[in-house]
Every structure is written in C-alpha cells, then in structure tokens.
Ligand binder design. Structure first.
Ligand code: NZQ
Ligand code: ZN
Length: 393
C-alpha cells in the first residue's frame, strides 16, 4: 500500500426530509447571510427551493438567490454569482441541485474569496488559491460526487474549454442529502448519474501498483452495489432504498475513499469526456460510458492484473483461456451493463459524430489540460487520445 492522506471534512446529513433542517445546520455553522444557487428551475417547480428558504427564514438567516446554472456550468454564471455574492455580503454559497450547481458554487466561492484575479486562472492552471468562501449543498442528483470531492468543473463559454480544478479549499462544509429528492429525475439522468458514480471508482481502480486489500474490496463492493441498484431504479424509479444506496455511493465514490493506497488515479476517460462536454455539451455520465469501452480495450494489456481482477470480482465473469480473454470478457460485461441501463457505448450512440479535425482538436486540448500526458492504467499522449476517440466512433 502506498502512503496517502485522507481528508473528508464534509458534514453529511442524510435521509428523508433532511432539507428541512438546512437552516438549523447552517445556523450551527454560524452563518448569517447566504447566497442560494440553483439550476434550471426543477428545484423551484418541485417546491424544494421554498422549503429550503423557509428553513433558513426560521433561523433568521438572510438569503438571496441566483438560478440558471446549466449542466456543464458556465464561467459567465460564476462571474454573475460572484458579483452578486460580493454585493450581498454572502458568507456561504448554498447549492441546491446537482454537480453543476455545486461546481458553480465552488467557483463562486473561490472568486469571492480572492477577487483580485479572474477565477478562470485557477481552471487554466495559472494560479493556486489561498481561500474559498464556505460552500454547502442540498443535493438533488446522485452523480458527480461534488458534495464530497475537492473538485469543480467549469466550462469557459468563450473558448469551449471544460476544465476541472482540484483543491481541498472547496470541500463542502455541509452536504444535505435526501434520496427522496432524486425521484423526480428523468430516467436518462438517473442512469447517467449511476454511470458517473461507477466511473469515479473505476478511474481509481485501474492502476499499476499497490497491494490494497481493504480499499479494493470497498471499491468492488461499491461498484457491485451501484450496478445492482441502477437496475432496480431502471425498473422502479421510486424505490427509496435504491435511491439511498446510489446517493451514498455517489459521495463515497469521489471522496477518495475507493482509491486510498493506490499509485495515483487514471481519469483519462474523464479527460476525454470533458472535451466532449466542452465541444458538444453532452451529459457527463453518458459521455463517460461512450468512451470507456474504447479506452479499456486500448489500455487493458498494460494493466492486465487489474482488468482480470475487475472481470472476476466485479463483473463475475467466467475466466477465459487466457488472462487477456478474461479481461476482455470483463470489459464486454460492463459494456453490456451500460447498454442495459440505456447508456451509450459509442460516440454515435451518444449523438455526436466528430470529424477528424474535431477529434484532433479534442485530443490536443485533452493532452494540454493534462500537461501533455495522463493515465495510470497506461500513460497516454495526444496521439493515443485521438485513437481512442476514433475507436469510440
Ligand atoms: O438544473 P435542474 O433543473 O436541476 O436540472 C438538472 C440538470 O438538467 C437535472 N436535475 C438535477 N436534479 C434533479 C433534476 N431533475 C429532476 N429532478 C431532480 N431532483 O439533472 C440535470 C443534470 O444535473 P447536473 O447537476 O448537471 O448533474 P450532475 O450532478 O451529473 O453534474 C454534472 C456536472 O458535474 C461535473 C460534470 O463534468 C458536469 O459538468 N463533474 C463534477 C465533479 C466534481 N465536482 O467532483 C466530478 C465529475 O466527474 C464531473 O466531472
Ligand atoms: Zn465524473
């Protein structure tokens, strides 16, 4: 097992009706002025925003709000939110929504704490922040894991770049998680969310070194649990226990727990997807399932023991005549699973058909964003990334 640090400072309050306690929980943090940030109106229509606002009112917490965050959240909205938060004197940004709203809130947090530079400089790797305004959330979708991650992903609408930035400063103070709130999700978003949850652990699983018995068993158990419950939700979207399992998994899959002791994280599939998101505005989880099988077939020979372990312990396939065959069976089994929850496994199924010029542009941008190379299963360069996009067509 390699050395590691584990930092998971977020207070999680989980369960039915949890959002009604938001005001009391923020009051315990000593917060008096809050910017409530939300997305496309789903939280308004469902009455969630009113319930959250009422719980803040009850505790005498003054609040203002800003909606309009879109999936693949935009830098322009971050700037608008930062200006409002400063003018209002917000002490905390409360995200009511999913990963997009939380990420926009984290970016606003950075921008408000250090107004002397443009926040995009963080995502562009030109600067390291020293502060971030506190952020909390009422989560409405199990997917990105942003509620416990140190990451935020923002799209610069002027350049088409979608970039993630990781720093512990943005980790949430509080995550309020009521699985009931996710029942209104369209089936496609539920499935894309489950895919993203799986991917955050898979990106940590395919590494070269480390003898991680406990971490691996946590990771494998999480993967099996999410797959099982994704199928339950496909057939019965209102199943509370399945919603709860998937929601808790979303947090644990991206708070680093499932990779502790490994020699790094792969995250090439994420890098490839972020380019698709920046260029074609696709749904994150669906973009991941569209590239993962091609990535896996491109790299599996260089990470064979882990692919065999995955095939046996997670996908439960019969061993083939060789390790290579067993690994390929495991990849095909996960591909079949994605199909079974109606997720795309090619770019065409995702609804995009990039030209060769667009493939080269995405590969160049992906490599640039990663400092030239990326990957723990196999170290990949720009030409490899372009080849995976071609395989995924
Ligand atoms: O805006 P509303 O109206 O809420 O609509 C959203 C949105 O259209 C809708 N939705 C959310 N909760 C709902 C609901 N609709 C009905 N009922 C509910 N309860 O679902 C759509 C997707 O929401 P979004 O927040 O975009 O989903 P997700 O949580 O998947 O976040 C995706 C974003 O997070 C980034 C992705 O790249 C993408 O930009 N990621 C962030 C990470 C992080 N910060 O750690 C890690 C991830 O790997 C990922 O990259
Ligand atoms: Zn993701």
């Amino acid at each position: 097992m390699f050395d590691f640090q584990y930092y998971a400072p977020t207070r999680v309050v989980f369960g039915r009706g949890a959002e009604r306690r938001t005001g009391q929980l923020l009051q315990e943090l000593g917060v008096k002025r809050v910017l409530i940030h939300y997305g496309g109106g789903g939280a308004v229509k469902s009455g969630l925003l009113d319930r959250v606002a009422a719980s803040l009112d009850q505790e005498g917490i003054i609040h203002t709000s800003l909606g309009g965050v879109v999936p693949n959240p935009r830098l322009s909205k971050v700037r608008e939110g930062a200006a409002l938060a400063r003018e209002f004197g917000a002490e905390l940004i409360l995200a009511v929504g999913g990963g997009s709203v939380i990420d926009s809130s984290k970016a606003i947090g950075y921008a408000v704490a250090e107004p002397e530079y443009d926040v995009w400089e963080l995502y562009d790797r030109r600067r390291t922040p020293k502060a971030c305004l506190p952020v909390a959330c009422v989560l409405t979708i199990a997917a990105a894991g942003s509620e416990m991650s140190n990451s935020s992903v923002i799209t610069n609408q002027d350049t088409g770049e979608k970039r993630g930035y990781r720093n512990d400063l943005c980790r949430l103070k509080l995550a309020v998680m009521n699985p009931e709130l996710t029942v209104t999700l369209p089936p496609y978003q539920t499935a894309a969310g489950c895919t993203d949850v799986l991917m955050h652990t898979l990106e940590r699983y395919f590494t070269q070194g480390g003898n991680m018995e406990l971490t691996d068993q946590i990771a494998e158990s999480l993967l099996r649990t999410v797959m099982k419950n994704a199928l339950i939700l496909r057939d019965n979207p209102a199943d509370y226990d399945a919603r709860a399992e998937v929601m808790w998994a979303s947090s644990l899959s991206h708070n680093d727990l499932t990779g502790l002791g490994a020699d790094g994280m792969d995250f090439v599939s994420h890098g490839l997807e972020h380019e698709l998101g920046g260029m074609f505005d696709v749904t994150h989880g669906a973009g991941l399932s569209a590239v993962w099988p091609s990535w896996a077939r491109y790299v599996y020979r260089d990470c064979l023991p882990r692919f065999v372990k995955f095939a046996r312990n997670v996908m439960n396939v019969e061993p083939g005549a060789s390790d290579e065959e067993t690994a390929l069976r495991g990849i095909a089994a996960l591909e079949d699973f994605f199909r079974s929850i109606h997720m795309p496994v090619t770019l065409r199924e995702l609804g995009v058909e990039p030209t060769e010029e667009q493939i080269l542009a995405m590969a160049a941008s992906c490599a640039k964003g990663a400092g030239g190379k990326k990957g723990t299963a196999k170290l990949l360069y720009q030409a490899d990334m372009a080849e995976i996009y071609r395989m995924a067509l």
